[in-house]
Design a protein around this ligand. Structure first.
Ligand code: G1P
Length: 303
């Protein structure tokens, strides 16, 4: 029986270059999708997957993230006084219990592998999840919930993947798979075709050298041995300490499975991705869908 996944690491320190100037004074993961910050959806996904503690890896000038997940006595009192119970409930929805969130300063922008390594003391000796909040997932159950279900089946390390758009494999981490459906069990019983043993991975391979079209889409379950590897991991693609390189080393000692999850990913670190997420999430909202559809149709007809 594998140890339960209780903690998730959310690296949020990035500058948000592709969504500037919006991300100049607002951390990019606090930008809104419809009426809530991106992080609200990702934390909700984590909690739905059974996560009890969230570790944010933050950079300078990102204090607003801590404030967002703290109580806001003035706003709450004002809403209470006005009898706005529904908005009050909505404001409080994202709050976890005191002690269930940690905030760690990365101190230097050295890459995703370095960001995750910064969580080592808070994670300790247990498996943990990594969620890249830019990658907003519309899925039921959520992307991380599907990864946890896969982990409960096969243990080890799980990397959530999906097919990359044609010609874009050089923008991501790309995985190589073993035999389709091999679940790491003798006889392959219970194979579902979406969970496959991995045989390799590479960060941002030049076009034409990619081992498959499946990219790492931002949800992982990792064993704590990754930390000792990341501690001495040399810089890789883009001169950064890459998590993908650390995982490739860990794969020489431990099992890795790639899960092709069932859902849609929106890259909110990108202008059009953020726009698509806003439209898609508004259309998914029972209270907004009709009005949103009418507004979008009207805009398109005005073209
Ligand atoms: C990171 C990971 C990459 C993954 C991607 C998903 O890259 O290193 O493996 O595919 O996120 O967005 P980045 O976007 O930080 O360059």
């Amino acid at each position: 029986m594998s140890k339960r996944v209780r903690k998730a690491v959310l690296p949020v320190a990035g500058m948000g270059t592709r969504v500037l100037p919006g991300a100049k004074t607002t951390p990019k993961n606090l930008l809104n999708v419809v009426d809530r910050p991106i992080l609200s959806y990702v934390v909700e996904e984590a909690r739905a997957a059974g996560i009890e503690h969230i570790v944010f890896i933050v950079g300078r000038g990102q204090g607003a993230i801590e404030d967002y997940f703290d109580a806001s006595p003035e706003i709450e009192a004002a809403l209470e006084a006005k009898g706005k119970a529904d908005i009050l409930a909505d404001v409080r929805r994202d709050l976890m219990q005191p002690g269930q969130m940690s905030f760690i300063r990365q101190m230097a922008p050295l890459g995703l592998g370095h960001a995750i390594w910064c969580a080592r003391d808070v994670i300790g000796d247990e498996p943990f999840a990594v969620m890249l909040p830019d990658m907003l997932m519309a899925a039921e159950p959520g992307g991380l919930g599907q990864a946890v279900a896969a982990y409960d089946k096969v243990g080890g390390n799980i990397v959530v993947v999906e097919p990359a758009p044609q010609g874009e494999t050089d923008r991501y981490g790309i995985v190589a798979l073993g035999q389709k459906g091999a679940l790491g069990q003798k006889g392959g019983d219970g194979r579902d075709g979406r969970l496959n043993r991995m045989t390799g991975m590479v960060e941002k391979p030049p076009l034409g050298t990619e081992p498959s079209n499946l990219f790492i889409s931002g949800r992982y379950i990792l064993q704590p041995e990754i930390f000792e590897i990341l501690a001495t991991q040399p810089r890789g693609a883009g001169g950064e300490i890459q998590l993908t390189d650390g995982m490739a080393t860990l794969m020489t000692r431990q099992d890795f499975h790639a899960l092709e999850y069932d859902g849609t990913t929106y890259d909110c670190g990108d202008k059009i991705g953020l726009l698509r997420a806003n439209v898609a999430f508004a259309l998914r909202r029972p209270d907004l869908a009709d009005e949103a559809r009418t507004a979008i149709k009207a805009l398109l007809q005005g073209q």
